[in-house]
Design a protein around this ligand. Sequence first.
Ligand code: NAD
Length: 491
Amino acid sequence: MRSELYIDGEWRAAASGGMIAVVDPATEEVFHHVADAGPTDVDRAVTAAREAFDGVWGRTTGRERAEVLRAIAGAIAGRRDAFGTLEVRDNGKPLAEALWDIDDAAGCFAYYADLAEELDGRQDEPVELPDARFTSQVRREPVGVAGQIIPWNYPLLMAAWKVAPALAAGATCVLKPSELTPLTALELADIVHQAGLPRGALNVVTGTGQAGAALAEHPGVDKLAFTGSVSTGAKVMAAGARDIKAVSLELGGKSAFLVFDDADIDKAVEWIMFGIFWNQGQVCSATSRLLVQAGIADALIERLAIEAARIPIGHGLDPKTLLGPLVSRGHYEKVTGYIAEGRREGLRCITGGDRPEHLPKGYFLQPTIFDDVPETSRLWREEIFGPVLCIRRFQTEEESVLLANASPFGLAAAIMSADDERCRRVSRALRAGIVWVNCSQPTFTQAPWGGVKQSGIGRELGPWGLDNYLEIKQVTRFGSDENWGWYIKQP
Ligand code: NAD
């Protein structure tokens, strides 16, 4: 397990000597410490990234970068079990979910390796002009130094979503993982070193929001890519505004799952549970608002409460576990605070709401469902980011769309219905960056990811993810023998 900062290809202590405790959320024990970077460390990391960009990495061909990215993908796959176990101890998630993340992270590097290679063939693309005296071409060039700030819910995967496309584009990175889950990002640094990435092309600075703020404000950063809460995203955007940095933001959500009368109850219950209890509900796109049509509601909700109560809760390394602990004490208190507020408001909690009796230690919480939650409740409006589902019933399709869209967020939404035409209609009417039909949450590296409204700006993954790290340059040539003739007229 690494504990130092990875800057300019070397492992270094923080300039202040400060360290951050790493806690296992299942046992509440401190099992490691990592360096607490401050502005001096961030400055060194940005300087190293700039040198790497101006030096070796910024001048590589896509094909050369693809080779390194494939080596990184291979090395992650080669350390799959070690990465998975580390992620469980750091974050708490069940091992099967952690391994899913590790495979996806390796797949993300492999995918962007292909796109890096294709980029070589997409250079100097001609642009058709209406004036035959001119020709124009488009070049796609790396954005420069990327400052990348990520959250704790998918530690390695969020790092991969940012680092892989940036390196594929030819940009260089300073990555700031969450102070709650810094370990797999440091292991990634170890891997890139061995995979042949030149020094300075990826730097990893562990630290708190102070390090994040120093990165966001640093004048040497060209592009800010942030994933996290809306409130921090707003600060990052404001910090980037001073130097007009390019900013992409992947923020929170309160996504709706619309279930219509003609839905299959078994399938609906399975996807509703996957949509809210996967990763302990700590998923930006979690379908945490369930809208059920009146005709199916009683039968569906009764079944859902029974199945949710059966989910095995425990340590992430126990193979029977499907729900692990929440990530930290602070987050546990936030989520249970919403539950307490729901009870005070007199909301009907139809299952869960408490710590499981057999787990006296660790940040464990039962899968929790509140029925008939009014639109005015904070539980309906705000992102809880835990295994807490809020339900409302509706009569008509029109009403369901109005309810779903009445949110400041617009990350994702899900629909379940046997009527294809209705699914098409409703998917068009929903204001969200992602709509899942007859499922919830499946995520593919090839498909665009991101939200509208307060859920963010820009898209990650797919070719859109690569575009985040590319600047478009036009090169326009005057090819006529005639003089242009504006100031100096031909005799
Ligand atoms: P957070 O906003 O508290 O922290 C995110 C990161 O920002 C951390 O690394 C943190 O140290 C850093 N940070 C804190 N203050 C900062 C500042 N002033 N300047 C710069 N950086 C600062 O979020 P979190 O609690 O780690 O993550 C949960 C949130 O992330 C949820 O809202 C969730 O919806 C969102 N999220 C969104 C997506 C998406 O793709 N849209 C994916 C995962 C998580």
